[in-house]
Design a protein around this ligand. Structure first.
Ligand code: G1P
Length: 271
């Protein structure tokens, strides 16, 4: 069973400026709770017990959020606020499961994931991108079950509008397993509209094999001058590693853009 998850958190959050000029986007509240806590809730509920955060020296506030014990202890002593006590207890229990690694240069998702190499112990691990919230049905849990059944890699998938394909990694499909799952033939990072093989986009949940690190060590920069996880995945697929695309059932919220972020709070309050 998959017990380790990686969350890349070193991104600059430029799509959410000016909110992110001093504050990490992953701590911005969405309907009264930091976006990152939705992601952590999904991980813990899926049975993960070790989470590796990739942060940067500019995003140390994320570590502070989990290491602010003196502050909480003083408050709790003075005010007997049950709600704060409960939230602090949750933070404490999450903190025990989190390790931190640093990516100080924004060289891309592939470079970020490579930084976690020495911590990964199992054959596969889970990756969650904090911009992508999936609610109501635990996508990670369903992907872990697929990994167990087929002993292979799994990536979340969702249909997007043709005009938006250049914002995403896009799949081509080898064959369908059933209505929800398919075998991936290929994946291309942010293709131009006329080069996109489909409108099936990669959403930020991956179960990857540890061999991805060997590909990442040799991975050249791709689109936008960054080292993309998608390009290393493509090499594994070419080397006959099996990857399943999973059309998840939960409610998707894109928190990585200003419009999406604003909409997310409204949508969550209705769920
Ligand atoms: C990243 C990936 C992309 C994927 C997307 C999902 O892009 O590179 O393949 O479709 O996450 O959110 P980013 O959002 O970092 O531009």
């Amino acid at each position: 069973m998959i017990k380790q998850a990686i969350i890349p958190l070193a991104g600059l959050g430029t799509r959410l400026l000016p909110l992110t000029s001093v504050f990490p986007k992953e701590l911005l509240p969405i309907n009264g709770k930091p976006g990152l806590e939705y992601i952590l809730d999904e991980c813990i509920d899926a049975g993960v017990n070790e989470i590796i955060f990739i942060i940067s020296s500019k995003k140390k506030l994320i570590k502070k959020y989990f290491y602010n014990d003196n502050f909480f202890k003083k408050i709790i002593k003075k005010k007997k606020d049950g709600r704060v006590k409960k939230e602090y207890k949750k933070i404490l229990s999450l903190k025990k499961k989190i390790k931190f690694v640093y990516q100080n240069k924004p060289l891309g998702t592939g470079d970020a994931i490579l930084k976690t190499k020495k911590f990964i112990t199992g054959s596969h691990f889970l990756v969650l991108f904090p911009d992508d919230l999936i609610l109501k049905k635990n996508c990670s849990k369903d992907m872990i079950a697929l990994n167990k059944k087929f002993n292979c890699s799994v990536m979340a998938s969702k249909k997007v509008k043709r005009k938006d394909v250049s914002r995403w990694g896009i799949y081509s499909i080898k064959n369908k397993i059933n209505n929800k799952n398919f075998i991936i033939k290929d994946v291309i990072e942010k293709p131009k509209i006329n080069k996109a093989p489909s409108t099936n986009a990669v959403i930020g949940r991956y179960i990857l094999p540890k061999e991805i690190f060997l590909k990442l060590q040799k991975q050249n920069k791709g689109v936008g001058g960054e080292i993309h996880i998608t390009d290393a995945i493509r090499k594994l697929i070419n080397a006959k590693y099996k990857f399943i695309g999973h059309n998840f059932a939960g409610k998707y919220l894109d928190c990585g853009t200003m419009n999406g972020y604003i909409k997310s709070s409204l949508e969550i309050s209705k769920l």
